[in-house]
Design a binder for this molecule. Structure first.
Ligand code: PLP
Length: 297
């Protein structure tokens, strides 16, 4: 169900160094980023007016662009300021923030060495990524048909628009069957991640998560690993084959949008929404809140 289309929301968008009216933040149909996926983006969340790990996100945006062979014409500090000012202009405290950089419309064709690099940032309220009722019971995941590519096939460390083509196909296919999302394997047939979040499993009090060697090593993933270790839990980053899912007790996803989301089902495998998942969900939510908000509680 689509409510107000995203290009018709109210407010301002930061675009190429200035704030423009939401409706005026447009690109030409001959934009290289649209035809050849020469675009990289970030997904950030603000809690009580502060963007969690803003510098890490902005550095990753720069690195993603470098991996696609272009340089964003704004420094990490300039983009960070722009994100913060945008939240102020939009009057948002709890929000999702979406910076994106792309090759413009100066040249058409695979080669576009001299195209101008554009950059924009939008922010909007986005309270829940998954339906809260489904999240409460634990999400149901299908197993995707497409696999995360070999890092020799694509720059897998980049949060690049092109890498999301198979994510959208996989999520649509899963939703058509009544699932919330899909778990993707990698090109070797190992468990990789969901379409927009990393994945963890719990067995005998230990966490197991696939080694991030061909997909995004999420900022939430690393935060949750630190939180688990701070609680004295062992975290193993290793190759996980799908038939191992049979023996895992709990499963959850991590991502900026998804936060920590329990999983109850992946294809034929079942999991409980257990204590470790609930504890790490709470720990994560306590961590993302700025300290001034916690002090006021
Ligand atoms: C494909 C994919 N994997 C993992 C993640 C989790 O990354 P992060 O925790 O940095 O948001 C995301 C979200 O950006 C994603 O889109």
């Amino acid at each position: 169900m689509v409510s107000v289309p995203f290009d018709q929301l109210e407010g301002l968008i930061w675009m190429d160094g200035e704030f423009v009216k939401w409706a005026d933040a447009r690109v030409h149909v001959l934009t290289h980023g649209l035809h050849y996926a020469s675009a990289v983006f970030e997904g950030e969340r603000a809690y009580d007016g502060e963007i969690f790990k803003l510098t890490e996100h902005t550095e990753r945006l720069h690195e993603s662009a470098r991996l696609l062979g272009f340089q964003i014409p704004y420094s990490v500090a300039q983009l960070g300021d722009a994100c913060r000012k945008l939240l102020e202009e939009q009057g948002l405290h709890d929000a999702y923030v979406r910076p994106i950089a792309w090759r413009g419309s100066d040249q058409m064709g695979v080669s576009a060495q001299n195209s101008r690099i554009h950059c924009a940032i939008a922010a909007w309220p986005w309270p829940a990524y998954f339906d809260p009722a489904q999240k409460f019971k634990g999400l149901r995941l299908d197993i995707a048909e497409y696999r995360r590519p070999d890092p020799l096939t694509a720059p897998s460390k980049a949060k690049a628009a092109g890498l999301y083509m198979i994510c959208t196909i996989s999520r649509h296919a899963a939703e058509a069957k009544g699932y919330a999302d899909a778990m993707m394997l990698d090109w070797r047939g190992q468990v990789a991640e969901a379409t927009s979040a990393n994945i963890f499993f719990v067995k005998d009090g230990r966490l197991h998560t696939p080694k991030a060697d061909c997909f995004l090593d999420g900022i939430t993933r690393r935060t949750v690993i630190d939180l688990a270790r701070a609680r004295g839990l062992d975290v193993e980053e290793r190759a996980i084959m799908p038939d191992e899912l049979e023996g895992f007790e709990q499963c959850f996803l991590t991502g900026t949008a998804a936060e920590v989301a329990p999983v109850a089902e992946i294809g034929p495998y079942r999991f409980e929404v257990g204590d470790i998942t609930s504890t790490l969900t709470d720990d994560y939510l306590n961590t993302v809140k700025p300290t001034k908000a916690i002090a006021a509680e």
